[in-house]
Write a protein that binds this ligand. Sequence first.
Ligand SMILES: Nc1ncnc2c1ncn2[C@@H]1O[C@H](COP(=O)(O)OP(=O)(O)OP(=O)(O)O)[C@@H](O)[C@H]1O
Ligand SMILES: [Mg+2]
Length: 239
Amino acid sequence: MEPAEAGHLTIMVASPKGGCGKTTVAALLAQELARAGDVLLIDGDRQGSSFLWFTVAKAHGSKLAGVWVEKIEGNERIADRVKSASGFIAVIVEVAGYAEATLALEAVACDLVVIPTQPHVLDCYQVVQIVKYLRDMERAGAPIAHKVVLNRMTAMTRNSVAARAALDVLRNADVEWCRHALWERSVFAKVMTGAALYELAGDRDGSVERAQNNLRAVVDELLSDFLSEPEERAEAAHG
Ligand SMILES: Nc1ncnc2c1ncn2[C@@H]1O[C@H](COP(=O)(O)OP(=O)(O)OP(=O)(O)O)[C@@H](O)[C@H]1O
Ligand SMILES: [Mg+2]
């Protein structure tokens, strides 16, 4: 992974929409990246769900090697922590809500904003709002790369009228989304009850492996501009 200026890649997971999968995406992203090096996940959401996930998983005996989670309130404190974090390949900051996200974007220097959304019309309108905000920042000379990732996709919804209408909302606002979606998976839901994706025993139907492969494809696409050598990263993760 190519480190950013501060020596680590700083990724903000943000969305104005509640329940779209911020905590899930942040926790999964941390676990995937931790296969290559230490990752700090800063839980900036007052609900503290990612911190809770981490605490419960640890209490259940998960090692979660390389994953560190801190609950920090206040954008200035988050910004300071991002700056002072050393020895991490990546720092992930999770923030919730439109007002919170925009204030966090003003305060915290990040390399990439990941915006999870369910493929629903109202959710996608919210995505457009935050992307417009990011475009305004870009016009003001403070560009931040952003990627929209569709979450909780299912075979049923993928080609549904509702999902197509949702994607039209994005398309009409010139908002692009990642080709790889994060699928609705019981394995992801299970991890979020306090487990580690890479410590789950393989199952007969292969659902754990499929979830891992799904996550890997999404993360590779999300970080394609930063991972110059995906093969190297894979080697580092397995070696
Ligand atoms: N890809 C997925 N597969 C299965 N379940 C999912 C997936 N993404 C999210 N969920 C479930 O949906 C619920 C909401 O997800 P999550 O808590 O990540 O959203 P959030 O945006 O952080 O919500 P909040 O706004 O309340 O903080 C959780 O119960 C989570 O387990
Ligand atoms: Mg959350």
